[in-house]
Design a protein around this ligand. Structure first.
Ligand SMILES: [Zn+2]
Length: 71
C-alpha cells in the first residue's frame, strides 16, 4: 500500500505544478484599440484580466503577479 500512497502524492504534486505552469502560459493578450493612447497600445489579458500598455507588442508574460504580494 505505501507505493500507492507515494503514487497519489506524486500525482498531486504534478497536478499542482502543471496548473501553476498553465496559469502563466494561458495568458492571452488581446489588443484593445479603444483603450490605446497614441503609440501606447492597450492590451488585456483574457485569462487574468490584467491591463498593460505597450508600444512594442504584447507583453511576453503574465503581469498579474506584479500586483500580488510574493508567492
Ligand atoms: Zn495573464
Amino acid at each position: 500500500m505505501p507505493l500507492l500512497f507515494v503514487f497519489i502524492i506524486v500525482v498531486v504534486i504534478v497536478a499542482i505544478y502543471a496548473r501553476r505552469n498553465a496559469a502563466t502560459r494561458n495568458c492571452r493578450w488581446r489588443q484593445d484599440r479603444a483603450g490605446s493612447k497614441g503609440a501606447l497600445m492597450k492590451y488585456n489579458c483574457v485569462t487574468c484580466g490584467v491591463e498593460a500598455f505597450r508600444a512594442n507588442g504584447k507583453p511576453d508574460r503574465c503581469l498579474s503577479k506584479l500586483n500580488r504580494p510574493g508567492l
